[in-house]
Design a protein around this ligand. Structure first.
Ligand SMILES: [Zn+2]
Length: 345
């Protein structure tokens, strides 16, 4: 398969460049690719508000793309690295899903940069040439959304929680700055959060329907799950963590209550936002519950003992340290959110 790429170079540092995919122009032969490339108006395709230079388009053999595991009939998961975003992983640190129906395809989450979105897009194209009708975003965090514009360009509708539009508006500048510094300018060139997001509705892919549920504040204020009716597979986004320490950016008690509801859905398997590609529901959720319960118990004890937040956050949840990766990066932050929430109950 062949694809069209353009070279993007920074305006203020023209030696820093990245080859960027123009999705939607894949062809079986190099000749056909050349014919399309010659007829393309690149400027109009990429828009005009750019802080980089767009150099001439070229055809090339399509690289492999991300690895996808088939976890159920027509359901594929890419397992993100358990890590912070960095120049080597380009923000490929969250799990992403692909659901292939008889008529169209839905993708669930898009990775932490345009480059990761491109690599996911290529992986999907190697599985099927059906149109990608929808990209579903499970929540606002940058490692799940920054590849979204790739799928928008390829014609997919982007769907998310009703709170996602305002949350993204508030946070995208901060997220862009953070991920630019973590991934590096070169790997991040061309990444944008400039996408239009539609309200969640059930999605018929042909022969299978995806049920989208927008949850009250839990992991974040924008959590959305996707349930495939053909296989009973639930994409939980970051409502479920596995291995990677849970990250609390919403409500501790809200998250515990949403987990109760998720367990009643009767899913056959759950895909977590971070960790292994698929888990059995009860076993998958249990460690997360224990962690959240420890946060709650320790926080209440600190409050009862009249401790100040500045001292309490250094011991809240500490006995959970050995069960989770990246514990030191997030536990104190989680304790701060828990303390602030429970203090005002
Ligand atoms: Zn998240």
């Amino acid at each position: 398969m062949f694809e069209i790429v353009v070279s993007l170079c920074l305006l203020n540092d023209p030696d820093v460049c990245r080859l960027r995919l123009l999705p939607g122009f894949e062809t079986a032969t190099a000749e056909r690719c050349e014919a399309i490339r010659e007829s393309l108006a690149i400027d109009s395709h990429l828009g005009t508000a750019m802080d980089f230079l767009v150099n001439e388009a070229a055809c090339r053999a399509m690289p492999e793309g991300l690895e996808l595991d088939e976890i159920a009939d027509g359901i594929f998961v890419h397992t993100g690295e358990i890590s912070e975003a960095n120049p080597a992983n380009l923000g490929d640190i969250a799990n992403m899903g692909v659901v292939i129906g008889d008529d169209t395809i839905a993708v669930i989450d898009a990775g932490g940069s345009h480059a990761v979105g491109e690599a996911l897009y290529r992986a999907v194209r190697r599985k099927s040439r059906l149109p990608i009708s929808h990209l579903i975003l499970t929540h606002v965090h940058p490692d799940h959304i920054f590849g979204a514009s790739v799928f928008a360009e390829a014609g997919a509708r982007i769907v998310g929680h009703p709170n996602l539009v305002p949350a993204l508006k508030d946070r995208q500048q901060t997220y862009l700055q953070t991920f630019t510094s973590e991934i590096g300018t070169k790997g991040f060139i061309g990444t944008s959060a400039d996408i239009s997001i539609e309200q969640p509705v059930d999605i018929d892919l042909g022969g299978r329907t995806l049920t989208l549920t927008a949850w009250p504040m839990a992991h974040s204020s924008t959590d959305l799950t996707v349930l495939d009716d053909r296989t009973g597979t639930l994409f939980a986004g970051d409502l479920l963590f596995d291995g990677h320490i849970p990250v609390l950016d919403g409500s501790l008690t809200g998250w515990q209550s949403v987990l109760d509801d998720i367990e009643t859905l009767g899913a056959a398997r759950i895909v977590p936002g971070h960790g292994r590609p698929a888990l059995r529901p009860a076993e998958g959720i249990a460690p997360l519950r224990l962690y959240l319960q420890a946060l709650e118990n320790d926080t209440r004890q600190s409050l009862d003992a009249g401790q100040r937040m500045s001292e309490a956050v250094y011991h809240i949840g500490l006995d959970q340290e050995h069960f989770w990766d990246l514990f030191d990066l997030y536990n104190t932050r989680n304790a701060t959110v828990a303390f602030t929430e429970l203090e005002w109950e």
